[in-house]
Every structure is written in C-alpha cells, then in structure tokens.
Design a protein around this ligand. Structure first.
Ligand SMILES: *Cc1c(COP(=O)(O)O)cnc(C)c1O
Length: 484
C-alpha cells in the first residue's frame, strides 16, 4: 500500500462507514469478555453508557479556555477535589486533570525540574531517583525535559530499596519517585521511608498511583492491608491517579495533585508576547478534549463511594481466586506479595513465554514482562466471570509445555543458540539479526500461529540493549504505516 492515499472522491454513506469500521474491529481483543489483562477497565454496560453519554454531551467543547466553558472548570475542579479526598489531600491541595498517566508524570517531572532550578543550587543536569520498576513515562519525561533518570534496583520483594535510593541522591537531585503500586509486579513501594528521605534532602517526592489511585483507597476501606502511600505521608509533594483506569471513566483522564499551589505553579505555562494574545495553559496539551473531563465527573458521581467499593470488592475476590488457583498449579507462581489487583505470573520450571503462547492459543491476550520473565495480570471487574476459566486454561497451558514437544525444543534451542551467538558475533551482524525483529513480531501480532516466545527470549537477554532499542524503534516505524 502506498503511503500516500487520496481522500475518497466523494463522501460515503454513514451506514457504510460504520459497517466498515465494525469489520475493522474483528481482530481486536474481545475486552468485554475479560480476555485481556491490561489496556481496558470495564465495569459493566451501565457504567460504560454513563461515560459515553457524558462524553458525547461534551463532544465539541474545549477545556483549553475554562472561562469560555465554566461548566468544564466546575467539573474539572470537582474531579480534582474528589480525588484529593480519596488520596489524603487537605485545604492546600490543588491539581489538574490531564490526558492520562503519562501526561501526569511528564508534568510531575517538569514541575520538579523547574522547582529545582529555582530552589536547589544545581551544578549540572537536574536528576531524579527512581526504582527500576517505575513506569517508562518517567523515562519519557527524562528524554523530553533533559532530566537525568537515575534508576535504582529494587529489593527481592520487588519494592523500592530506600537505602539504595538515598545513596543515589546527589546535589543535582530534584525529585524522588515511588509507585503505589508498580505496574510490573503490583507492589506498593515503601512510600513513608522514601518520602522521609526526600524530605530530609529537601527534594520533591512524587507518588505514581496512576493505576492504584482509584482502587487502593477502596481496598483499604474493605479491610485489606494497604501500605501508606498518599498525601497523608509527610514528604509526598505530588501524586497522580488515572480516572481512566480503576476510575472506569473514558480514556484521556488522569489527575495530578500537588501538596500546595506554590508547587503547582511550576507546572503551568504562560506566553504573554504572542500576537494572538495572552496564552496560558495548565498542562501539556493545547486544545483539551472536554469529553474525558465530563465522563470522569459523571462516572464518579454515578458510582459514588459505594459503587467503587462494590467494584473493588469484586476485583479483590477475583484476585484472591486467581492467587489461590495459581498456588494449586505446580510450575507457576505469583511474583512477590502484590498489594492490590496487579499480579505477575512467573515460572521457575518452564519458559513463561511458552505458557503465554499456549494461553493465547486458548484465546487470552497476554502481556509479557521481563526482568524477571513474567506475564502481567491487571485484574478488573471483567475478570470475575472468567477467573475459573482462566485458571483451567492456565493449568492446561502448563501441562502442554510440560509434555515432550520437539517443536518447543526447537524454539528453545533457537533462543539459546541466538543468545550464545549474539555474545560472540561482531555488532553489525547482531544488528542484522535484530532487523528480523519486526517480522517475528508481525507473526505473533497477526495471530497466524506465529509464536512470540522465541522473540521475547531473544529480546530479553540480548547483551546489547541499543540493538534491542533500535529494533523496537524500527518496529514502531513499521506499525505506523498504512495497511492494505
Ligand atoms: C498506566 C500507568 C501509567 C501511565 O498511564 P497512561 O494512562 O498509560 O499514560 C503510569 N504509571 C503506572 C503505574 C501505570 O500503571
């Protein structure tokens, strides 16, 4: 397909267009059936309909200028205030809505950088100290804003290591980060210890509660043990929580909260010399879609505290079911001791990526993680009806990879052989090997029986990370091209 495609010569009928779009969707993951363990947070048709109705009501408005749309200002400040009440805010707490967790984290880092330039005597590039498990959006922030990211290994239990993090602080450190919980293994970092260290050093501390912010408070209320993680902890200066995750709102909605407005000032942007007039913007976007703000406000009011409690209860019952079930299947285990609703499934005896391939054959869409190799499970209300089915399929999948299987040995040999090879090959040859990556990925993405396990095995242990990065960037370039 040529990368240049003309518009259709004449407009086409609405019905035909909608029909064609429906047909495009036939290969998308069936998320309503709970077949995917990330990406979509589904709390039932009624919640979805509430979000859609609210979003459609505000389809065209623009939250860039809240003076033109006071209703948006009201809803955004309402959502922020309700979030602040969930996350231990007080009368000084301020915040904004953003397009998602990534934007919230980008803003937290930019704020810390600008705060640091004013309040710290920096001798070089501003730095932030964060556990290796913290979300890649922090790396994106480092990349965009010229902040040095100092990643620190986590402890055996996958939680941040306060002592090691303290040692990583320098005169240029402006920010420390902890997750509540982390995405890879679902554990809450020791926020009180970390924030105390940050406070001692006079630097800012951000809690990434993007995935946890709208479930941890309710889990706690249900009586589960939840470590302290929010603005109640001394030293925490900002926290992010995504309404489009366990808030069950429309996508494009996250909240960032600051301890006070002096801190938030560093987030804002104003340009006063433009010929178009004075331009002020609270966040990264210019034009800000109003739909996500409206949907967040509507769903939070629609569910209320009791609605969120009911959903959190259902999620945690499913989590317990899955944890108990996994214990009964020999050969697989849950990594660490997750604090909420995210689990990482691993295996000491088998190649977990082979197990993932078997699960995919059985209709599940699995996310592979590495360091250590594991499968990611974010449990949502959509998984309640399918938890037992998942455990049965998991048991079958473990069985399948335990049986003698020459094809699998072939694949294992491929991974092993490649890994041995790349360690001795000169770099250009390794790079050529990596050029195969898009093809390998493609095989699995199209579900044409292509297996992803060798791909992940190779990628995970390649000694030269820059080759992996190159291959991944090449893959992105391939993906964002026209389809037939
Ligand atoms: C989802 C997530 C993010 C990023 O949020 P997006 O909405 O995907 O941009 C950041 N941190 C954690 C822990 C997350 O789970």
């Amino acid at each position: 397909m040529s990368p240049v495609r003309p518009l259709p010569e004449t407009g086409r009928p609405r019905e035909q267009i909608l029909q064609e779009m429906q047909s495009f969707r036939s290969h998308d993951v069936p998320w309503k059936d709970g077949k995917v363990f990330s990406l979509v947070y589904y709390a039932g048709e009624d919640v979805l309909q509430m979000a859609k109705d609210a979003s459609m009501l505000y389809f065209s408005e623009n939250a860039l200028n809240p003076t033109a749309f006071p209703s948006l200002r009201r809803m955004e400040t309402d959502v922020v205030a309700m979030t602040a009440s969930l996350l231990g805010g007080d009368e000084d707490t301020v915040g904004n809505m953003t397009s998602g967790g990534t934007e919230s984290l980008l803003l937290a880092v930019k704020t810390a950088r600008d705060w640091g330039r004013e309040h710290r005597k920096l001798t070089g590039m501003p730095e932030m100290v964060l556990p290796e498990t913290a979300h890649p959006a922090f790396e994106k922030a480092a990349h965009y804003f010229d902040v040095k990211s100092v990643r620190v290994p986590v402890r055996e239990d996958f939680r941040a290591d306060p002592e090691a993090m303290q040692k990583a602080i320098t005169d240029n450190t402006v920010l420390m980060v902890g997750s509540a919980p982390s995405y890879p293994q679902g554990v809450v970092d020791p926020i009180p210890e970390l924030a105390a260290i940050a406070k001692d050093h006079g630097i800012l501390f951000h809690v990434d509660s993007c995935v946890g912010g709208f479930i941890l408070p309710f889990i706690k209320e249900l009586g589960y043990k939840v470590p302290e993680f929010d603005l109640r902890v001394p030293g925490v200066t900002s926290i992010s929580a995504d309404v489009h995750k366990y808030g069950y709102a429309a996508k494009g909605a996250s909240v960032i909260l600051y301890r006070n407005s002096e801190l938030r000032r560093y987030q804002f942007f104003a340009e006063i010399n433009w010929s178009g007039g004075i331009y002020a913007s609270p966040s990264l976007a210019g034009t800000r879609p109003a739909g996500p703000i409206a949907a967040a406000w509507a769903v939070m009011n629609y569910l209320g505290r009791d609605g969120y409690l009911r959903l959190a209860k259902s999620v945690m019952e499913t989590v317990e079911k899955i944890r108990a079930g996994v214990q009964l299947i020999s050969g697989v285990e849950i990594l660490g001791d997750p604090d909420a609703s995210i689990l990482a499934l691993a295996s000491k005896e088998h190649d977990i990526y082979e197990i993932a391939d078997e699960l995919e054959i059985r209709g599940w869409h699995m996310d592979r993680q590495h360091r250590p190799p594991s499968l990611h499970l974010t449990i949502t209300p959509a998984h309640a009806p399918v938890a037992i089915r998942f455990l049965e399929d998991l048991a079958e999948s473990v069985d399948a990879v335990s049986k003698p299987n020459p094809a699998r040995w072939g694949r294992a040999a491929l991974v092993k052989g490649t890994n041995a090879l790349v360690r001795v090959l000169p770099r250009p040859v390794v790079s050529k090997t990596m050029a195969l990556a898009p093809k390998l990925f493609k095989g699995s993405a199209e579900g044409g029986g292509g297996r992803a396990a060798p791909m992940y095995g190779i990628m995970g242990s390649l000694p030269n990370r820059s080759d992996v990065k190159k291959a991944v960037l090449e893959l992105l370039d391939q993906i964002f091209r026209p389809l037939e």
